[in-house]
Design a binder for this molecule. Structure first.
Ligand code: ATP
Ligand code: ZN
Length: 288
């Protein structure tokens, strides 16, 4: 029987749904996972293990899971011997300093002699050392944001995306200590097994093509024949655009693949150059 590559993802939390979605975007057929510890993809030699996110780096370090999807913040905090292969573009958040609404901090130096509560003591200590700051770090496993009102700490260092939790606790966001997003990690033993390495390379190829596709749009439009040169100049296409004749001899249809940001940038220029009926469609995969 062929070996399966084992991938660990978060069982229940902010990264679960998006990790599954990413795998499905790679064409993997995975049944609904609720309440299972492990499921296998129906069309790829892959087992998916559902774990607490904090445990994922350890499972991967020990090669129990060969690869994992987890927040970069967790990987850096654990400091285990795993390799970060790729940033995955979801689960974005930042580890930031939260200070009481009425406080002011202008530079890292203002943290000297202060007490900071956090669930990320290693990342925070690293940051303080790099900035030559001597502050006391208190490790709390959760509800860090209540520490200042309880008088346990002057400031906190916690994950923030909207800042709403900070506001509820009369805190505001100050410096960013780390930008984080979900990453793919792998065990250092993986490459020793040729069978697993083939599966891993195949999966990474698929992930890359689906990440590329997510950032791209397929656009279509009709243009007057005489605008062709102008339009081609405006479209920064992956490859040269497709030009098709239409039943109206004065018109042409132009199809191209462009990045999503570019689509909004060039929209106006395309219209000015005479393009009409501009459509943009999502792309599932791009194989270059
Ligand atoms: P578990 O039960 O698996 O230990 P958890 O409560 O530690 O879950 P979640 O809150 O689900 O973890 O967050 C998982 C990851 O999602 C974080 O480590 C971080 O990388 C990412 N994340 C994205 N946005 C946020 C946010 N606003 N707050 C916290 N984490 C976020
Ligand atoms: Zn956790």
């Amino acid at each position: 029987m062929k070996k399966n590559l084992k991938l660990a993802i978060q069982k229940k939390g902010r990264l679960s749904e998006k990790s599954m979605q990413m795998l499905r975007n790679c064409g993997l057929d995975i049944e609904n996972f609720q309440e299972r510890l492990i499921v296998s993809a129906a069309n790829f030699n892959l087992d998916i293990l559902f774990l607490r996110d904090d445990d994922i780096p350890e499972y991967v370090q020990e090669n129990v899971a060969h690869i994992g999807i987890v927040g970069e913040n967790v990987v850096l905090e654990k400091g285990l011997d795993v390799k970060i292969v790729k940033k995955l573009g979801f689960g974005r958040c930042s580890l930031s300093l939260g200070i009481p609404e009425k406080s002011e901090i202008n530079s890292a130096g203002d943290l000297n002699d202060k007490t900071i509560a956090t669930s990320y003591p290693n990342i925070l200590k690293d940051y303080l050392n790099k900035n030559n700051v001597k502050a006391k770090v208190i490790e709390l496993s959760g509800s860090v944001e209540i520490a200042p009102s309880l008088g346990v700490a002057d400031y906190i260092c916690d994950l923030v995306s909207t800042g709403n939790t900070l506001k509820l606790n009369k805190l505001k966001k100050s410096f960013k200590v780390l930008d984080s997003q979900a990453v793919l990690i792998k065990s250092k033993y993986l490459d020793d097994d040729p069978e697993l390495k083939v599966l891993f390379d195949k999966l990474v190829d698929r992930i890359e093509s689906s990440l590329k596709a997510k950032k791209s749009k397929y656009i279509m439009m009709n243009i007057p024949k005489e605008s062709l040169n102008k339009i081609v100049e405006i479209i920064p296409s992956l490859k040269s655009p497709t030009i098709l004749p239409l039943s109206d001899e004065n018109l042409l249809a132009v199809h191209a693949v462009i990045s999503e940001d570019k689509f909004w940038e060039i929209n106006e220029d395309l219209k000015k150059a005479g393009a009409s009926g501009i459509l943009s469609l999502p792309i599932e995969n791009i194989i270059l």
